[in-house]
Design a protein around this ligand. Structure first.
Ligand SMILES: C[S@@+](CC[C@H](N)C(=O)[O-])C[C@H]1O[C@@H](n2cnc3c(N)ncnc32)[C@H](O)[C@@H]1O
Length: 299
């Protein structure tokens, strides 16, 4: 099938192995293997198990880089076992995190193994098991929408449905972040492909968005499986996506400020400077200056 391919292995981020058997059962010399991608394991089902942590971190980092703040509402489409959701949920105020995931067991396993019931009780997220991309199901608008590694498995009619629904639930300044596998060929099938991936050209992704009144911009952001990140916004309200360079400049300025403060502290700590400051701060010094200036004027 054109545009369909096997899931690319993730880049070799080195992580402790996820055991399918307990460590006590592993005899010396026996190879402990991660469950394969797509296996019925809450980490492996959503991608390479060893990249679970970094993938979640990259999702959380991009939404906060693009402006997600604690009082915003976030919709996580295909939230899986809460790989990114567990970080977003901790960060957001209660009742701000919403997830859609047809595989209910993934959410349950994610809560049991990654999030914990205490955080759920504290943050009160909302979930739906809808499989038709019914984003209106929660009856509310969102500031941010995330679809990480969803369009990399979806047919163009599913993407179309998702974007048309997104258009309805996006606040005027909302951003919708998604990843897809960029390729020469467009997947023309009409079903969800999993755990394999499908590809689309950027032109096709842009056209699908424009048909729904959305603007589609790419953003340079790392992805463990080299998928392309895109940001959708309302066409009538298309915003400027900050460049990585903006964050770099900010970091450079912060560093410069830190360095300048450290230099100042060092200078202020020098015995002569301390003595000088003591003299300047002394009322006698001020009286002496005033007298000198009076004498100068009188002379
Ligand atoms: C590659 S995983 C990504 C999961 C999650 N976004 C993450 O990054 O960890 C794809 C997810 O999409 C879910 N999915 C499958 N069909 C879906 C649909 N129709 N609507 C939303 N999610 C779907 C799968 O069950 C799976 O959890």
């Amino acid at each position: 099938m054109a545009g369909a391919q096997n899931l690319e292995p993730m880049s070799p981020y080195v992580r402790p192995k996820l055991t399918l058997v307990s460590n006590s059962e592993v005899t010396s010399g026996e190879q402990v293997r991660d469950p394969p991608i797509g296996a019925r394991h809450h980490r492996a089902y959503v991608g390479a198990a060893e990249g679970y942590d970094i993938s979640g971190a990259l999702q959380f980092n991009i939404v906060t880089f693009l402006g997600l703040r604690q009082d915003h509402y976030l919709l996580d489409i295909g939230c899986g076992s809460l790989r990114g959701g567990r970080l977003a949920m901790s960060y957001l105020e209660p009742e701000r995190y919403y997830g859609i995931e047809p595989e209910g067991w993934l959410i349950a396993e994610g809560i049991a193994n990654e999030v914990g019931q205490d955080l759920i009780d504290l943050k009160r997220p909302a979930f739906s098991n809808d499989s038709e991309f019914t984003l209106t199901t929660f009856g509310r608008q969102f500031d941010f929408i995330l679809a990480q590694s969803i369009f990399s498995h979806a047919s163009s009619s599913q993407i179309e449905r998702c974007l048309s629904q997104a258009k309805q639930v996006m606040e005027p300044n909302a951003l919708f972040l998604a990843t897809f596998v960029q390729g020469e060929q467009d997947y023309e099938g009409d079903g969800w492909v999993y755990p394999g991936c499908v590809s689309y050209s950027l032109e096709r992704m842009t056209a699908l968005a424009e048909d729904q009144g959305l603007t589609c911009q790419t953003i340079e952001w790392p992805h463990p499986a080299q998928q392309t990140w895109v940001v959708y916004s309302h066409s009538e309200n298309a915003c400027r996506i900050p460049e990585m360079g903006d964050a770099m400049k900010l970091l450079a300025l912060e560093n410069e400020l830190k360095y300048a403060k450290a230099r100042l502290a060092k200078i202020e700590g020098h015995p002569y400077v301390r003595l000088g400051m003591k003299v300047v701060g002394n009322p006698l010094y001020n009286r002496l200056r005033e007298t000198t200036s009076r004498l100068r004027k009188a002379a």
